[in-house]
Design a protein around this ligand. Structure first.
Ligand SMILES: *[C@@H]1O[C@H](CO)[C@@H](O)[C@H](O)[C@H]1NC(C)=O
Ligand SMILES: *[C@@H]1O[C@H](CO)[C@@H](O)[C@H](O)[C@H]1NC(C)=O
Ligand SMILES: *[C@@H]1O[C@H](CO)[C@@H](O)[C@H](O)[C@H]1NC(C)=O
Ligand SMILES: *[C@@H]1O[C@H](CO)[C@@H](O)[C@H](O)[C@H]1NC(C)=O
Ligand SMILES: *[C@@H]1O[C@H](CO)[C@@H](O)[C@H](O)[C@H]1NC(C)=O
Ligand SMILES: *[C@@H]1O[C@H](CO)[C@@H](O)[C@H](O)[C@H]1NC(C)=O
Ligand SMILES: *[C@@H]1O[C@H](CO)[C@@H](O)[C@H](O)[C@H]1NC(C)=O
Length: 475
């Protein structure tokens, strides 16, 4: 046997068969070597994975079976098409720390890259993504990416969704974003972006969600609006000027322009606004009166016009769930009758010049939150507080309420109660200890306080309250 001259050849044959066999088994049961290596390099860029989200990513196992990895179903070209890693950074769990490895560019067939809410991915925008022009989704919200959004983003013409919200991107938005002709959703909220919104955004003909909230954008809101734009969030920036004309003719569902420096009158939007569900124009400098026409909005659920300079009367709106008119120049005198007759959940009418006796206000709605602060309301809220078990928050500071607090029931859902700066008398009932927040300062309350966790400032300025957190009662 040892003298068999063919031995080396036989061995060689065996060997090649073995290799081919292995190679075959690689292509049929394992993922492509480039994908495996690209993913493993991504894993080694992660320096900290405390909840073990990438534990299943092991060399020489089929990467198509790893957690968060998706492959094309085609057995002849089994390639990684999606990477979907979902963390829960806002809850402080499932966090990944580290950098996004450029080796991910080996995943040539990648369509969707979702690295969501991972909390601690850092580094600049992952420019290697530009070598994957077929990507349709880049979604990396809520991490610590920083720097500018590169101009070349405009080359990713297959993008449908770009979500970079909740990072630390700064600088201006590149106008090349307008080249993303297929883009449907753009989320850049909660960054440090500044400058103007490019007028070229008008060219984004498939865009329907645009979320630019909580940045430092300046200038006017450009006249870029057209179908199919429906969800438009521009809140918490420094936009100035008037609402642009083009907005009045899109069938928007959400318009959130709160907390900017917008001026002018509240526009009469027109027929397209039959679709609107949420309109938030709060914390701007809108003036004039609210057009009667708002009463015709049939689908609106949230209308927040608080903290502006609006005046005049307000139209009847029957379907609205959340209405906030607080802190304007309204002088309503009374709470409009129709408000009491609707099924509203949240009502804000702070500083609206209301002069009613509260006992007489018996709304049918099962309110969750009512804010009537800073009016001239007299009487007592006992009927309201004792009958509306749904109530979670009741705010009525700076009024002229006068009642014996010992008759007040603390509803099982009530969490927040502010009766400060009124003329409430009697004792503070024990049941308030269940509340999350309480303020009864500056009233005429008296007697020993029940044991609570509230600060001293919640009880200051009364006639003769005593006991912790106030000084001890004299015996
Ligand atoms: C985030 O990552 C950095 C290193 O990039 C690390 O020092 C830090 O501890 C991480 N933070 C958390 C909350 O994991
Ligand atoms: C990218 O998309 C084009 C057109 O759909 C296709 O021909 C090409 O094979 C794709 N390339 C990759 C790497 O997926
Ligand atoms: C983007 O496209 C432009 C030309 O359209 C080209 O000059 C540039 O190099 C491209 N950028 C990248 C990163 O591919
Ligand atoms: C968009 O902006 C709002 C604030 O206007 C924010 O609360 C919301 O979470 C954002 N949505 C997404 C999906 O980023
Ligand atoms: C309206 O927008 C302001 C500013 O972003 C925000 O504080 C408020 O909660 C929003 N109102 C509603 C009802 O969501
Ligand atoms: C409302 O305010 C405008 C100025 O913003 C003023 O011209 C108008 O007279 C006011 N209307 C009422 C009814 O107070
Ligand atoms: C209670 O209201 C008073 C007066 O408005 C305020 O100064 C104080 O900070 C408030 N305390 C709490 C605990 O909210």
């Amino acid at each position: 046997m040892f003298s068999n001259p063919n031995l080396p050849f036989t061995l060689f044959l065996h060997f090649t068969i073995l290799i081919t066999h292995q190679a075959l088994s690689i292509t049929t049961t394992q993922c492509h070597i480039d994908d495996e290596n690209g993913l493993l390099a991504f894993k080694s860029g992660i320096i900290f994975d405390p909840s073990g989200m990438l534990n299943s990513w092991k060399p020489n196992t089929d990467c198509c079976k790893w957690d968060s990895v998706e492959c094309s179903p085609d057995p002849n070209n089994k390639r990684v098409t999606g990477l979907y890693i979902y963390g829960r950074a806002p809850e402080g769990i499932n966090i990944l720390s580290g950098q996004i490895s450029a080796s991910l560019s080996r995943l040539k067939y990648l369509n969707s890259l979702l690295l969501k809410d991972l909390g601690n991915l850092t580094g600049p925008f992952p420019e290697f993504l530009f070598t994957l022009p077929n990507l349709s989704t880049i979604s990396i919200p809520n991490s610590k990416l920083y720097g500018r959004i590169p101009k070349s983003i405009g080359n990713m013409t297959n993008l449908l969704t770009l979500d970079l919200s909740g990072n630390q991107f700064s600088g201006s938005m590149p106008s090349s974003l307008a080249k993303l002709a297929r883009l449907r959703e753009l989320y850049l909220s909660d960054n440090r972006l500044s400058g103007r919104v490019p007028l070229s955004f008008k060219r984004l003909k498939n865009l329907f969600v645009l979320n630019l909230s909580r940045n430092q954008f300046t200038g006017t809101i450009p006249d870029i609006f057209k179908e199919p734009m429906t969800i438009l969030r521009f809140s918490n920036n420094k936009f100035t000027g008037k609402i642009p004309q083009s907005l009045l003719s899109v069938r928007a569902i959400v318009i959130d322009f709160g907390n900017n420096e917008l001026t002018g009158e509240i526009p009469e939007f027109g027929w397209a606004f039959d679709w609107i569900r949420e309109l938030n124009l709060s914390r701007n400098q809108f003036s004039g009166s609210v057009p009667e026409w708002y009463g015709t909005l049939s689908k609106i659920s949230i209308l927040d016009l608080s903290h502006n300079k609006l005046n005049g009367s307000f139209p009847e709106m029957n379907g609205v769930n959340t209405l906030d008119l607080s802190y304007n120049n309204f002088r309503f005198g009374s709470i409009p009758k129709w408000i009491g007759n609707t099924y509203m959940e949240n009502l804000g009418m702070a500083k609206c010049g209301i002069k009613i006796k509260l006992n007489d206000w018996i709304p049918i709605a099962n309110y969750k939150n009512i804010d009537l602060s800073e009016n001239e309301i007299t009487g007592n809220p006992l009927q309201l507080l004792n009958s509306k078990v749904s109530l979670e928050g009741f705010y009525a500071s700076k009024n002229k309420l006068k009642f014996d607090m010992k008759h007040m029931k603390v509803g099982k859902n009530l969490k927040l109660l502010d009766l400060s700066n009124n003329m409430v008398f009697g004792i503070v009932p024990k049941a308030v200890s269940r509340l999350k927040e309480l303020n009864v300062s500056y009233n005429h309350l008296c007697g020993k306080l029940p044991a609570t966790k509230f600060l001293e400032s919640a009880f200051l300025g009364n006639d003769c309250l005593c006991g912790a957190p106030l000084p001890p009662c004299k015996v």
